[in-house]
Design a protein around this ligand. Structure first.
Ligand code: ZN
Ligand code: ZN
Length: 435
């Protein structure tokens, strides 16, 4: 088991690094995404990939002939030439700097290449000493953004490490203990016996399939969700304005037909939804007529993270006021230690959600945990309802619900606050938004 885990892990790490290098060197976005997916898939593959014949490697989801060739090469030679070649093109430290929030690939290459900066500490020093300004295109605004990014990376590092150190199958209590140790606790969010637990959740309302960036088919995801004992399950693949996902009206409608056809083969009630993109002005993909065909809609910010506070607040309020938007997905778009939360007037966001019957998501991905646990109690106080969702892109992701439940418990939520703890009828009424 140890050995088997290690070759899958080794290959996954190399594929992930290749994706990162492609992203850094301006490689094709779709190709980068394919390698990311393959890395995820290989890392979570239940069989020892060392024992799979070359010709059968393509049966691993997300592994096509080109990636299969690289895996075979690694098994034969212990290296992948394409990865080595790209590594040689990139100055030392660039890959690491690109992961600092607010830096990004282009700037990471500039900073590493022109200043010889190879660590976060050196980057901090380069900004504070004014050396960064000697690089073309860097001024006070980028200095400020990078210092803010370093602060996020540093302040979240302990939480990120503690979450990453949890074993697969960590219990809700293990996760709760990590939150209690690392997240500032809001006053008034005290413990109590009626608090929500993962067992109390009746369904998942934000999940993906391989129609967009998930790695598992629709029937595969549904079968795995059913094993979790859910009463209902929503499929919410990405909408067209996230161009990389190549969604079309036709694909979405075909998926709906497929989902309706699967309804008879499962005890769960299947909801056909989508994850809309909240545009910079608060509008979303598709017109009212097309949106009315969905059972529910999640809407999330996937772009223009750097908007000023007033604009971002208006963006959220406009989205909440949309009668078809039921859940604001991963509301602050933070990735722990990787991407800072967006700036918005949270009180205004909570008020808009409470007034319009729009739930805020508690995204259970251990990389996100968003709405951040420290904000949940205040949102509840403002009358907000919540959806605790995995945002699953794989079968493993479906098991992350305890992270969301632990966060909800940390924020003092009971089943009355959480729409996917409700019976279907009550959930459906909420989803109608008074229509
Ligand atoms: Zn999203
Ligand atoms: Zn999603």
């Amino acid at each position: 088991m140890g050995l088997m885990a290690s070759i899958n892990e080794e290959v996954a790490a190399l594929l992930r690094e290749y994706a990162e290098l492609l992203g850094l060197t301006g490689g094709d976005m779709f190709r980068t995404r394919n390698y990311e997916r393959a890395a995820k898939s290989v890392g979570g593959y239940p069989e020892d990939i060392g024992a799979i014949p070359d010709t059968a490697l393509t049966k691993i989801p997300g592994v096509g002939s080109s990636i299969a060739g690289k895996i075979a090469e690694y098994r034969r030679t212990g290296t992948i030439k394409a990865v080595d070649d790209l590594r040689a093109e990139v100055p030392p430290g660039a890959l690491l700097l690109a992961k600092v929030p607010g830096v990004g690939p282009r700037r990471a290459l500039q900073i590493a290449g022109q200043l010889g900066v190879t660590s976060v500490g050196e980057l901090d020093e380069a900004v504070r000493s004014g050396r960064l300004r000697s690089v073309a295109g860097f001024g006070p605004k980028s200095e400020e953004r990078i210092l803010r990014g370093i602060a996020v990376a540093v302040s979240d590092a302990a939480l990120r490490e503690a979450l990453r150190a949890l074993p697969d199958g960590a219990t809700e209590d293990d996760i709760y203990a990590v939150l209690a140790a690392h997240v500032p606790r809001a006053a008034g969010a005290d413990d109590g016996s009626a608090l929500i637990r993962a067992e109390g959740l009746r369904g998942d309302l934000h999940t993906h399939t391989d129609l967009t960036d998930g790695i598992v088919s629709l029937p595969g995801m549904i079968a795995a969700a059913e094993q979790r004992g859910y009463e209902y399950y929503a499929v919410t693949d990405h909408a067209p304005n996230l161009v990389m996902q190549r969604m079309t009206d036709e694909k979405m409608l075909a998926q709906r037909d497929q989902l309706r056809a699967l309804a008879g083969s499962t005890g769960m009630v299947l909801l056909h939804g989508t994850e809309l993109n909240i545009a910079p002005d608060g509008s979303v993909d598709w017109d009212e007529d097309f949106l009315s065909g969905f059972d529910m809609c999640v809407a999330s910010v996937h772009s223009s993270f750097e908007q000023d506070r007033a604009t971002m607040t208006k963006r959220f309020v406009t989205a909440a006021e949309n009668p078809r938007v039921n859940v604001i997905g991963h509301p602050l778009t933070r990735k722990i230690g990787r991407r800072p939360p967006v700036e918005a007037d949270l009180d205004a966001l909570y008020a808009a959600c409470a007034r319009t019957g729009t739930a805020l998501e508690i995204n259970a991905s251990p990389d996100r945990m968003d709405l951040p646990p420290q904000h949940i109690a205040a949102a509840r106080e403002a009358g907000v309802k919540f959806a605790i969702d995995t945002d699953a892109h794989s079968l493993v992701d479906l098991t992350h619900m305890p992270y969301g439940a632990a966060a909800a418990r940390f924020g003092g939520l009971t089943s009355a606050d959480v729409i996917n703890a409700w019976p279907l009828g009550r959930l459906e009424e909420f989803l109608r938004k008074g229509r």
